[in-house]
Design a binder for this molecule. Structure first.
Ligand SMILES: O=C(O)CCC(=O)C(=O)O
Ligand SMILES: [Fe+2]
Length: 295
């Protein structure tokens, strides 16, 4: 330990205070942001899948850790943790300054079981060829505590301030701090922050997290949502959720379909062909203007 700590704030913390902490530390814990009833309902939906899921078999994915993916088809509660106001407030601060719209990068359950060894320390923005420190944050990671996170059961280890380090500095275990937090809280860190899953020294406790990663809207997403969710599932979602998955047009014209249509309109049944296209965002327009119908 170096004396560094991870700041814990209440959900009603001001944007200014949160921004200052994130800029300085690269990480923050938001305490008690979701109620236990919602968590227990999610865990009940996922329990059969987690029960039969095998543990990982590798240094990075662990040997006593279960990872569950494609959660949208497994529980209707998943979106409550993604389009959560407090989570989006952090993304507005850490990603919105560098894109028109940010997007969901990855979503999974990480359940660290008894006897797990620590995960190697890493930066989640290793997905992208970035030099550090980078003025533009590429991605931000959210870990929802679906159980209490303790020093003993594998709370994520984070090095506050390491988002400001250059690429030569090697992170040391002694520099990490455990993201100790109560069930219903979440920790967030920006992409350049060194971290890793913690050691679980308990005899019988599973530390269960929902990982929810976000990235700038102009980057390739870590998970390919277009093949992970069905069109029916997308149509049943709130618009914000569908757009975060990538059924969205990033200004000025990234990701269009057919004749410059917004993917959100197309997945919802817009089929007309345009007569040749027009500027997607005319001056003063909040939404793209789809091509006009061929007569
Ligand atoms: O489960 C954790 O606490 C951290 C996992 C992680 O950082 C990862 O898999 O990238
Ligand atoms: Fe990670």
């Amino acid at each position: 330990m170096t004396g560094a700590k991870i700041e814990t704030v209440d959900p009603d913390v001001s944007r200014e205070e949160m921004d200052a902490i994130l800029k300085r530390d690269g990480c923050i814990i938001v305490r008690d942001a979701i109620d236990h009833t919602t968590i227990d309902a999610l865990l009940a939906d996922l329990d059969p899948f987690l029960g039969r899921k095998a543990c990982g078999n590798g240094n990075f994915v662990g040997f006593s850790t279960k990872r569950l993916h494609s959660l949208f088809g497994k529980s209707s509660r998943v979106q409550d943790f993604i389009i959560h106001d407090d989570v989006l407030k952090v993304m507005d601060l850490t990603l919105a300054p560098w894109c028109d719209s940010y997007q969901l990068n990855s979503n999974s359950i990480t359940a660290i079981g008894p006897d797990e060894t620590p995960q190697p320390l890493h930066r989640d923005d290793l997905l992208y060829p970035l030099a550090h420190p980078s003025e533009r944050n590429a991605c931000s990671s959210v870990f929802w505590a679906l159980t209490d996170f303790t020093e003993e059961n594998g709370a994520t280890r984070i090095i506050p301030g390491s988002h400001l380090w250059d690429d030569d500095r090697v992170p040391q275990d002694e520099e990490t701090v455990g993201a100790v937090m109560s069930k219903g809280s979440f920790c967030v860190f920006v992409g350049g922050t060194y971290h890793g899953g913690g050691r679980n020294t308990t005899a019988d406790e599973w530390r269960i997290a929902m990982f929810t990663g976000f990235a700038l809207g102009w980057l390739r997403q870590e998970q390919n949502w277009y093949l992970s969710v069905t069109p029916e599932e997308v149509r049943a979602m709130p618009e914000r959720m569908a757009r975060l998955l990538g059924f969205n047009l990033h200004k000025p014209f990234l990701g269009w379909v057919q004749d410059f249509q917004d993917p959100y309109d197309v997945i919802n049944g817009y089929e007309e062909l345009s007569s040749g296209g027009s500027d997607l965002y005319a001056e003063g327009q909040e939404r793209p203007i789809p091509g006009s119908k061929v007569a």
